[in-house]
Design a protein around this ligand. Structure first.
Ligand code: ZN
Length: 215
């Protein structure tokens, strides 16, 4: 589904399986946000195919956080694609795997920190938003006033904080940081997008009020 020029959503809407929404940003360079589970990658490949593209055409994959339903499918991409994750998330993932005595197979080329990220003509802002996981990041695209919120904020929902590395106080602070952004399109990791400035403000306000009730 094309949301704006150069901004596509490969929406996941199978309630029987857990996978994330994938976003595709198309310019001189091709960027994919959160490719999802390895075994469920078919729907991303199909979305690309409809645009007459293949996974090998993707230049950069950004993952909002380390959970398998967002990240696992990076193994589907070939050598020419770069992978990027927030610096703290990378170190946390490494620690978790070492504790479990599992091999660290994921090869990230870029460890991100806060600030601008320019990919071809696509200018993005990286925002560290811990709470759901320690190095969770949101990605803001000023061109469309679009926020890719990962598992921080959904339509009528917020991310879980009961998983490893979760922190409700940090999530609350991260939601607070979003107030400074002008968002007209909220693109969450799961569920439907929120379109329209007023709707985005209402959704964030609701999320914060709901969270305060549980803290
Ligand atoms: Zn998650």
């Amino acid at each position: 589904m094309q949301i704006r020029e150069g901004l596509h959503l490969f929406q996941w809407n199978n309630p029987a399986e857990n996978n994330c929404n994938t976003y595709f940003l198309s310019g001189k360079r091709k960027v994919l946000i959160d490719p999802g589970h390895f075994a469920l990658f078919g729907h991303v490949a199909k979305g690309l195919e409809l645009l007459r593209l293949e996974p090998k055409d993707v230049d950069l994959v950004l993952v909002t956080h380390f959970h398998p339903d967002h990240m696992e499918a990076i193994k589907r991409f070939k050598e020419r694609t770069f992978f990027a994750i927030y610096r703290e998330e990378y170190h946390f993932l490494k620690e978790v795997l070492e504790e479990r005595d599992e091999a660290f197979e994921t090869n990230f080329h870029i460890l991100l920190k806060e600030g601008s990220l320019k990919v071809g003509g696509i200018q993005l802002e990286i925002i560290h938003t811990p709470g759901h996981s320690p190095g969770h990041m949101c990605i803001y695209w000023p061109r469309h006033k679009a926020l890719f919120s990962g598992d921080l904020l959904f339509l009528n929902g917020i991310g879980r904080t009961d998983l490893i590395g979760g922190d409700p106080e940090a999530l609350k602070e991260s939601l607070g940081r979003l107030e400074d952004l002008e968002v007209e399109i909220l693109l969450p990791g799961h569920g439907l997008p929120v379109i329209g400035k007023e709707e985005c403000i209402r959704n964030l306000k609701w999320a914060k009020e709901t969270l305060y009730m549980y803290l």
